[in-house]
Design a protein around this ligand. Structure first.
Ligand code: ZN
Length: 387
């Protein structure tokens, strides 16, 4: 973790507010207490659609209205997830809008049955919008022939918005992560299998589908499809890995994975001392102590920077990060895993004021590997050997 990063949860506090977990998101609007953020790539798509879609048969204001309506439909879709999540007591942390749709990030993974309902809610919202628009069109008797849908005009605006919503619903029902269909598939599988197996199977189906979609895109030179397939493949891989990680750590305390054999630096030591310790050990992050208390954390990158700017005789206390990430030994490990996502991040495990361990992203992935191979973790306090 680089210095100045505003990540400092209180020990034992399971809630995480403040910055988004998804990098690249800008601008926030709150609807019903749920922050909605735009991913910067979404803005690119918005501009692209605005420029490309302008034709002779439609006026610019109605074209903007069309794109805004589709954007609004995606937001309502995500709010549908959030609402049904709320009914099942799963809080939505944030909604991030990506080019291929939105992502509603939930506080915790719901039960299989709840997951099916939460996932279904989004596409259902789009189908309801399409139905409502169809009712208006029927009422006003203003349906235009379906084959004219491909020719955007001011006359078929409502019809195109309805069609767009049907496409959104169907696309999201594809049984592939990160689409809702993937979640529904996992939920259905999890009713009969263990969660771990269900997630792995659903992720495999998703990747298989993405490869098929990508190949079809290549053969038909449909670049948009290749692009989507790429996103689906990555999303599925990520989803699979994250879910397996969550399952391997769920219910375990931080102390089960923390490093208890580590070296520390005294605040009066120099960058040269720290560099020697970096070379002599495999450790990359060093707690800085003063009178038996931790006052900071010196990471490898900060150490190298200090060596380059301040020289080897500068003091570690002038370089260390005072706002380091703290975890409590009894905090849920799956929670800690989310906080330690950036590679190279390190947290200090503190029992009140006392330093009891270290947890790094690298150690955590080692722990996950060992868990995958069946290692049963120790959850009783291990004796520490801090010097
Ligand atoms: Zn959805």
């Amino acid at each position: 973790m680089s210095p100045g990063e505003p990540l400092e949860p209180q020990p034992g506090d399971g809630r995480q507010t403040g910055n988004s977990f998804i990098p690249g998101s800008i601008g926030t609007v709150r609807v019903g207490g749920v922050p909605i953020r735009l991913h910067f790539t979404f803005i690119l798509l918005f501009v692209f659609l605005l420029v490309v879609g302008l034709g002779e048969r439609q006026s610019a204001p109605l074209h903007i209205a069309y794109i805004a309506a589709l954007f609004g439909s995606v937001v309502l879709h995500e709010l549908g997830h959030a609402l049904v999540g709320k009914i099942h007591r799963v809080r939505t942390l944030e909604i991030v809008m990506f080019p291929i749709g939105g992502v509603a990030r939930m506080e915790r993974s719901p039960s299989p049955r709840a997951e099916i309902w939460i996932a279904l809610a989004g596409p259902l919202v789009n189908l309801l919008i399409a139905l409502a628009l169809a009712a208006v069109l029927l009422w006003t008797n203003s349906f235009t022939p379906l084959e004219e849908l491909a020719l955007p005009s001011d006359g078929n605006l409502l019809e195109r918005i309805a069609a767009g919503n049907i496409v959104l619903a169907l696309f999201n029902l594809l049984p592939a992560f990160p689409m809702d269909g993937g979640r529904i598939l996992r939920g259905v599988l999890a009713l009969r299998k263990t969660g771990d197996e269900a997630t792995r199977l659903a992720a495999r189906v998703s990747q298989f589908l993405a490869i098929g979609m990508g190949l079809y895109g290549l053969l038909s030179t449909n670049y948009m499809l290749i692009f989507i397939a790429f996103f689906v493949y990555l999303g599925a891989a990520q989803e699979g890995a994250a879910a397996v990680g969550r399952m391997l750590t769920h219910g375990l305390p931080v102390r089960a994975a923390m490093v208890t054999d580590y070296r520390t630096l005294a605040h009066a030591e120099t960058i040269r001392d720290a560099a020697n310790l970096l070379l002599a050990t495999t450790q990359q992050d060093f707690p800085v102590m003063h009178g038996g208390h931790v006052i900071g954390l010196l990471g490898r990158n900060a150490l190298l920077r200090a060596m380059a700017t301040g020289g080897p005789d500068s003091y570690v206390s002038g370089t260390m990060d005072r706002n380091f990430l703290r975890l409590s030994p009894d905090q849920d490990l799956s929670e800690a895993m989310r906080l330690l996502t950036p590679p190279g991040s390190c947290a200090l495990v503190m029992d009140g004021d006392e330093l009891v361990g270290l947890l790094t992203a690298e150690k955590l992935s080692e722990f996950l590997l060992l868990r995958r191979f069946g290692m049963q973790p120790e959850t009783t306090p291990r004796s520490g050997a801090a010097d």
